[in-house]
Design a protein around this ligand. Structure first.
Ligand SMILES: [Zn+2]
Ligand SMILES: [Zn+2]
Length: 312
């Protein structure tokens, strides 16, 4: 799999209209990686767009992409307000775009955005799905994973015969991390180390509850993924791409901060390790088939499998 990060901004883009902060000024003057649009991902293997931020149309035209499938993570504007791009895609293809929405997310998405209008006009064919139930998109198994929040927020797990990836761009601290090894994980950025942050973050700031620290995030993913990419890069953090590169380098080459238009490349893996991964995946698929009607047992078996795999 070769996911493309179309937009890497956090809840607000860089530069922001009227903002004269150092970062927005730099982004206006130099452009390049300093410019960030709303968070979204394109998965070519599944012709899938994950989320429609305000700039979704610009993102797709910049890369000449015409996704046939779309899913949403949650109903915040930086992930959904550019939904009307579905209309343009349907018009150009002369057929509806196929969309998948986890059931708990549907009412919120439909209340805030023109979801039903897109369906009524024939631009969108909507499939309501159960959380944790995988569906197949062109050979990619896609599973929506629910975050442990009252508000409906979902991450997406992508699996093929040879690769496994996770996209959890926002609220990642509330996501129970799925079992097993990953080739890539694109997740919400943590709080950078304090000595790198350009401002004070007092110990009682609520960010400490809502976000992982950089060290926590790196520890949670070490030896769990080959490639870790931090996205949802906040304009309010005020750090330049080069400053973020220097932070990522503290963890090693397997960690990076996203930028708009970044293709996530899986590092080459030695063959014995690949064989092990393949055996893991085969066993995982067997467990999922065997306990399809007993999700509790399935999770227990998958946890055991993961524990055995970690021991090596
Ligand atoms: Zn967001
Ligand atoms: Zn700014």
């Amino acid at each position: 799999m070769r996911p493309l990060i179309l937009g890497s901004a956090g809840s607000q883009p860089t530069p922001k209209a009227g903002c004269t902060c150092r970062l927005c000024t730099l982004a206006r003057e130099q452009g390049g990686r300093a410019r960030r649009t709303g968070p979204s991902l394109y998965l070519p293997e599944a012709e899938l767009l994950v989320d429609t931020p305000e700039e979704a149309n610009l993102q797709l035209t910049a890369h000449g992409l015409t996704p046939r499938h779309v899913v949403w993570t949650h109903a915040h504007p930086d992930h959904a307000a550019g939904m009307r791009v579905v209309q343009f895609l349907a018009q150009s293809a002369n057929r509806p775009v196929q969309g998948w929405v986890p059931r708990p997310l549907y009412p919120v998405l439909a209340e805030r955005y023109p979801l039903e209008r897109l369906v009524d006009a024939g631009y969108l064919e909507l499939h309501l799905i159960a959380p944790s139930r995988p569906f197949d998109l062109g050979g990619v198994r896609v599973t929506p994973l629910a975050h442990g929040l009252e508000e409906p927020v979902f991450a997406y797990l992508f699996e093929t015969a040879s690769a496994r990836g996770l996209y959890a761009p926002d609220h990642v601290r509330s996501l129970p991390l799925p079992e097993g090894p990953f080739d890539w994980a694109v997740v919400q950025m943590p709080i950078p180390p304090l000595d790198a942050l350009p401002f004070e973050l007092p110990p009682n700031d609520e960010a400490w509850q809502a976000f992982y620290t950089f060290d926590q995030a790196v520890e949670a993913w070490r030896e769990r993924t080959r490639q870790l990419v931090f996205t949802h890069v906040y304009e309010s953090v005020g750090m330049t791409p080069e400053e973020l590169d220097a932070v990522a380098a503290r963890a090693g080459e397997w960690v990076a901060f996203a930028h708009d238009g970044m293709a996530v490349e899986s590092a080459a893996v030695p063959t014995p390790e690949l064989d092990r991964l393949e055996r893991f995946r085969a066993e995982q698929a067997r467990i999922e088939r065997a306990y399809a009607d007993d999700p509790k047992r399935m999770r227990a078996e998958l946890r055991r499998l993961w524990a055995r795999f970690k021991k090596g």
